[in-house]
Design a protein around this ligand. Structure first.
Ligand code: ATP
Length: 455
């Protein structure tokens, strides 16, 4: 049975960030499976609460593949026993403790909704980068709205496509329980169709999607690339739905025209939806996202920690969330307060997929962004543009590389006190409202991080 649980963990690993997996799933222990209920052990109430709030649906779904007949899961908070205490004593203590103190039911019932309860409009932070996407999704849920256009949400991973799609699903199923809202990923759609073909039930499959659906939420359409037969079926389904005035949300990482191996008709159907792009959040939005997510978990974060995280994690919101989750977990599990130094430790671990950067990476990215040559940064030139670029480069070398102040100073042909001054100056500029330095920083950081990911 434990091996079955290990397989479930592997499955869960695929959908989670490293941080979430290591902190929350790898630390769960298999306790028992009684034929209907899977009991898992947690290390603390925080651990159990968090898993319950965030992972319950996923765990149940993944475990049902391995534990047939599984109806629900139960979480027990395992007592922290020192290693030299005998096993029997531990078991006896557990038996003696009133059950209410030791365990609490979690998932218990089968999942009622496919929609993640955390993904609501209230929990979605709106800013310049996602305003239009938010508005189009909101309009879709307006009860007396005149504007019910179908939408194609387009964004890089981790920027909120699923969040908005689930928010529509959550709200519509609450507002109008009789509305048939069908949520499916392109992969699930494909699997269902293949299974229907195998079982000679393709007519049922078509009915489900064409007749049994008022709103179709279809995620990650790039999965259809190269799957001709599935694409043909999808075209008919989309046509039927749109002809009947049904609403559709599709999501994808790129514009439909850039999805490879998609047939022309499907490309044009998807391209005909209202395309709503989502861009990366800026610094202020990232701060608000962190604040709101921490507040949701009833965790107070000092402002300097919020700013540290928003500054350090610029790639996507999922990454930001992983760092926050890791930070809250580490603080709770170790029983130490949340601080910038703890945040630094956690982000380092979580972001260490970024290869170690050197000074050349950083100066290369700065020069590209500012249209300068590397010699300009080392030269005596003091024009405003070169000075700003040089100071930013020094600041980013401190942020991204492990080099000492002296090594950085030498690389720029300067003294180590000049580097300290540059870092302070950039910090000061960043703290100003509407700081231009912040824009430069975001631009160059993105260039550096994207380059890392490509390597
Ligand atoms: N504007 C936002 N406000 C609050 N949370 C956000 C926002 N954007 C993204 N998130 C959070 O970031 C995480 C990743 O978002 P989501 O799963 O929606 O990304 P996605 O674009 O669907 O990514 P993928 O293409 O990898 O599936 C989620 O936990 C989501 O709640």
């Amino acid at each position: 049975m434990e091996n079955e649980w290990k397989a479930v963990c592997e499955k869960l690993r695929q959908g989670l960030s490293n941080g979430q997996y290591e902190f929350y799933v790898a630390t769960l222990s298999f306790v028992r499976f009684d034929g209907h209920c899977l009991t898992l052990g947690c290390r603390s109430k925080f651990h159990a609460d968090w898993v319950r709030a965030h992972l319950s649906g996923r765990i149940l779904e993944a475990a049902q593949e391995r534990f047939p007949q599984l109806k629900g899961c139960r979480f027990e908070i395992l007592p922290q026993v020192s290693e030299d205490e005998p096993q029997e004593k531990e078991e006896e203590e557990i038996r003696e403790r009133p059950s209410g103190q030791l365990t609490f039911m979690d998932i218990g019932q089968p999942v009622r909704s496919v929609f993640n309860p955390r993904f609501t409009f209230d929990q979605f932070v709106v800013g310049q980068s996602n305003q239009f996407a938010y508005a189009t999704c909101r309009a879709m849920t307006a009860q007396h709205g005149f504007h019910h256009q179908s939408v194609y949400l387009m964004a890089d991973p981790g920027l909120g496509k699923s969040h908005l799609t689930h928010a529509v699903g959550n709200l519509l199923t609450r507002q109008a329980p009789n509305l048939r809202v069908r949520y499916v990923t392109a992969e699930q759609f494909t699997n269902e169709m293949v299974a229907a073909l195998r079982r000679d039930r393709i007519e049922d499959f078509k009915k489900t999607y064409r007749d049994g659906c008022d709103i179709l939420l279809l995620e990650k359409v790039e999965f259809f690339a190269g799957k001709r037969k599935i694409q043909d079926e999808l075209i008919y389904t989309l046509d039927e739905l749109l002809d009947r005035g049904r609403r559709i949300i599709c999501t994808g990482k790129t514009s439909p025209k850039d999805i490879p191996k998609l047939n022309r008709e499907l490309r044009s159907r998807l391209g005909g939806l209202l395309v709503a792009p989502i861009d990366r959040p800026d610094f202020e939005m990232r701060k608000e996202i962190i604040r709101r997510k921490a507040a949701y978990d009833n965790v107070h974060l000092p402002m300097e920690v919020v700013e540290f995280l928003a500054d350090r994690v610029t790639t996507d919101v999922r990454q930001l969330e992983s760092c926050l989750v890791g930070l809250m977990a580490k603080s709770s599990i170790l029983g130490i307060p949340i601080s910038v130094s703890l945040a630094r430790e956690v982000t380092q671990t979580i972001l260490d997929y970024l290869p170690t950067l050197d000074i050349a990476h950083v100066t290369g990215a700065v020069c590209k962004s500012f249209g300068l040559q590397e010699e300009d940064l080392r030269s005596k030139a003091r024009s405003r543009r070169i000075s700003e670029a040089r100071q930013l480069a020094m600041y980013l070398c401190r942020k991204y590389t492990k080099e000492s102040l002296n090594v950085i100073a030498q690389a720029f042909n300067r003294s180590h006190s000049t580097v300290i001054y540059a870092v302070k100056k950039v910090d000061h500029e960043l703290s100003r409202k509407n700081s231009t330095m912040r824009k430069y920083l975001e631009h160059v950081s993105r260039r550096i991080e994207t380059r890392c990911l490509d390597e």
